[in-house]
Write a new protein. Sequence first.
Lengths: 267, 261
Amino acid sequence: MDSTQYKLSKNNHLKRRWFWALLIVLVYGWGIFGINFSKVQSSAGAVTRAVLMGIVQPDWHYVYQGNGEDLVSVMLQTLAIAFVGTIISAFISIPFAFWAAKRRQRHFSVVSTSGRVILAVVRTFPEIVLAIMFIKAVGPGAFAGVLALGVHSVGMLGKLFAESIEAIDIGPSESIASVGGNAVNGLMFATLPQVLPAFASYSLYRFEISVRSATILGMVGAGGVGTPLLFAIQTRSWSRVGIILIGIIITVTIIDYLSGWLRKQLG
Amino acid sequence: MRIPKRTIAQRFHVRLVGSLLILIGLLIVSNKFLRLDFNALIQNFDQFLALLKDMMHPDWKSAPFVVQPMMETIQMALIGTTVGTLLAIPAAVIAARNVITNKWITGAVRIVFNIVRTLPDLLLAALFVAIAGIGPYAGVLTLTIFSFGMITKLFYECIETIDNGPLEAILTTGGKRSAMVVFAVLPQVYSRFVSYILYTFEINVRASTVLGYLGAGGIGQQLQTSLSEFRYDQTAVIILAILVVVLAIDGVSNFARERLQ
């Protein structure tokens, strides 16, 4: 490379840097000055202290009261919502995954692309809007939450399932076909045994996420711990908020560990 | 030719059948807490269909009113991701076992991160609306904490995979730990950090679209209003706007991340 060429390329490099720097400055300028910040309310400090005090001195009486309205019962209901929702979505996801999985040796196909687009739309559709829609159908309560999670999770599970279908070894299904097996045999003895562990592992992973989602679905009235939490925040009973937060943190941590351990067992 | 023998457990699919039985058992237990009523679903399904029908006819006249809140949503995600990242970089360095060799410190810091990560976005939003009041402030605070939890984990795991040679080289020639972080750790992780930040920004944009539902600013506010007024035709416009923005930002961010590699 002679010196002029070197200079030119260095010049271009510099220009590119300036371009990116300017772009970032513009984007941040727009972000910071465009946003309409109203004043933080004056009680912010006092409320923050109250929330922290609530966590330090939680309302232990709420943990178990035996009337089905206590923390243990609503937490178990939250887990049940996530569990049933995940099972439903895992079953719905299987046909969608086969639809969206790319066929061999083809870069573009209408079938798989349309499947992918549908899954992307389902993934992006806000969960709480789905929950509100299902509340119209089945009334407020845990059932709406189950249905919302069952539908929403398909977007993510379908995508992950489709990727694991694409990654399988086609040898076994080819050998079944070559000794005269039909499509059902291929599915039963070659495809499913290869993808089922991955499906189970991804479903467990989604269950972890769904537990987190189920804790907030109650804020729109779809069952679980979100309803008493929002109520406690609105009535400013901070020791109640504290115990619910502790309950959520402990439950989510335990579920993450259990699910992580199970996923390791699956390989 | 010998046919491979299968053990009794394999022959009767003990693991598969066992896990299925456990699943069914858990489903029955779950139903005790849920009391699923499929009759209600069937009976009210026409209401659900009516709602869907309303959503099929978006009220395009309301589209201009969606633009400004949508911008606010993206701005909230941008600031939240940035502040969260700025807080997360030093925190992740403290949690990385190859930088801080004291196990007690990394362990304690990680417990805090794990706790932060268990809290979902809307829960944080509800808390911050109570603390900071209704408006985008609450949203930015929510997204700051939310992205902090996500980024710290990605970052410290990334730092732990780097080549330790340069780190040791600086320490053995008498460099300070701060010099080690700046000259040996950060240059190795820089491009992956940018990629993670973009990824977090994508997730934050998704999250910030619903935060307003609880009063934390952005398009969620409009979403809440249209739903409570039963104007599902307007809800449809908002959801379409969310779809377009989220997919566009995902696309740009994916493109940038691929270019980085």
